[in-house]
Design a binder for this molecule. Structure first.
Ligand SMILES: Cc1cc2nc3c(=O)[nH]c(=O)nc-3n(C[C@H](O)[C@H](O)[C@H](O)COP(=O)(O)OP(=O)(O)OC[C@H]3O[C@@H](n4cnc5c(N)ncnc54)[C@H](O)[C@@H]3O)c2cc1C
Length: 408
């Protein structure tokens, strides 16, 4: 039996493409190495699946922005939402434009894709770990590690990236594409916590505070984000900090100096506020002086960073000491030594080089009939639904390209 298309990887992009192709009447086999399809999808958005973003634009993407732009043009967020609506999953957006299934359950997105694949006749083979992909006499052959084999007229590689190996990421897809002469750009974690030296953050594990987080590259602010800062024993996490990981990794790889600057009073004249506060609370010990502005333990760390003894009474602090404390509150700067690795990261920066693809259909320029979609390609988005948007949109483009390649 020769299928119209074999799809390697039953994640967000593989399931979407399988569904779209089967609905067009194509004979599709979906090969997934894990025991179940879509495991990563289930973990997205803290189990709620932030599946796209209303205001997604090319600037929200890195790697090949050109490919991201093409995908947004062909499959803008509204069209992705309409597709899911058609699968029985109406979508809703939050105030920031992040889109979720109305059920707020990632499982409903996975079920909708899975069930529609079944209804449309996709043959899903789980436990099929593709070890080799070849092309002979115009037919692709996928060989499983355990000896299974499948043949098809077209092949679509949807194996995802390297982030979160517990959920199936393994990087095998890069090797499959390299076998056809595809180039792979360097890969590193994007959307991951920032690592700092342990000493300054010691004792702050689990502390959360709202603020502004800036990544300084060689001393200059390269990107600033706002949101919740979450401390860990190895550094700084929370969405705002995680958004900076890609840039930090890029800079560190180029041997540039990286620091993270934390501002816990971004819209305040902190010097003025602390001077007035010292007059208001003259007996308050320095270690408690910032209580009410930031969590207590963070206040203690900031007083320490400003070089103020924990027991010093606020009313006895000099103007210079108060100004140092204001500086620590608004510009606490810690060196960035790295980011969490792929084990903890959410997305992979880098991947199959889009210069080797016709980006209108994610069609390989190296091997006729070969396509790729999703995170295996060199496109990654910021946090906020942009990565799934790319996975779905690129899968739809590939499905259309495959349909065209297969002809009538
Ligand atoms: C914890 C977490 C939360 C996230 N939350 C969000 C979010 O809310 N919004 C968002 O936009 N993005 C989010 N992302 C990112 C998003 O999940 C991915 O970018 C997206 O799933 C990529 O889709 P994909 O189809 O390319 O790869 P995947 O969804 O990773 O699917 C790839 C599949 O291929 C299979 N596979 C790999 N190699 C082989 C092989 N050799 N043979 C057979 N099968 C193979 C894997 O087992 C896997 O099932 C999150 C990521 C993580 C880790």
């Amino acid at each position: 039996m020769i299928y119209d298309v074999l799809i390697v990887g039953g994640g967000a992009s593989g399931l979407t493409a399988a569904c779209a192709l089967a609905l067009r009447g194509r004979r599709v086999v979906l090969l997934e190495k894990q025991a179940r399809v879509g495991r990563k999808l289930l973990s997205t958005g803290n189990g709620r699946c932030n599946l796209t973003h209303l205001n997604a634009g090319a600037d929200d993407y890195h790697g090949s922005r050109q490919a991201a732009r093409a995908a947004l043009k062909a499959w803008p967020p509204k069209r992705v939402m309409a597709f899911f609506d058609g699968l029985g999953v109406p979508c809703v957006a939050d105030g920031a434009g992040r889109v979720y299934p109305m059920s707020r359950q990632a499982a409903s997105v996975l079920d909708a894709l899975r069930l529609r694949c079944d209804e449309a006749g996709v043959e899903t083979r789980t436990g099929f770990d593709v070890a080799a992909l070849t092309c002979q006499n115009g037919a692709f052959g996928a060989a499983a590690r355990d000896g299974g084999a499948v043949r098809a007229r077209c092949a679509l590689v949807c194996t995802g990236g390297l982030a979160a190996p517990k959920l199936g990421a393994c990087g095998a897809g890069y090797g499959l594409l390299e076998g056809f002469g595809h180039r792979i750009t360097p890969r590193f974690p994007a959307i991951a916590a920032l690592k700092t030296p342990p000493k300054p953050v010691r004792g702050l594990k689990g502390i959360r505070a709202e603020g502004e987080v800036a990544l300084l590259v060689d001393g200059a602010a390269a990107r600033t984000e706002r949101g919740e800062v979450l401390f860990s024993d190895t550094g700084v996490s929370g969405i705002a900090a995680m958004q900076l990981a890609r840039l930090a990794n890029e800079a560190l790889r180029a041997k540039r100096r990286c620091d993270v600057r934390l501002n816990f009073a971004p819209d305040t004249d902190a010097r003025d506020m602390l001077r007035r506060r010292a007059g208001q609370l003259p007996q308050r010990a320095a270690e408690d002086f910032l209580n009410g502005i930031v969590p207590r333990r963070l206040g203690q760390a900031l007083a320490g960073a400003a070089g103020i003894a924990p027991g010093a009474a606020a009313g006895e602090l000099t103007r210079a000491q108060l100004d140092s404390l204001a500086e620590a509150l608004t510009a606490w700067t810690l060196p960035v030594t790295g980011t969490q690795d792929f084990d903890q990261a959410q997305v992979t920066a880098g991947g199959a080089d889009l210069r080797d693809f016709d980006i209108r259909a994610m069609r390989s320029l190296r091997a006729p009939g070969l396509f790729a979609a999703g995170e295996v390609l060199d496109v990654d988005g910021d946090c906020g639904g942009f990565n799934l948007q790319w996975a779905f949109a690129s899968a739809m483009m590939a499905a259309e390209g495959i349909d065209e390649a297969l002809g009538k």
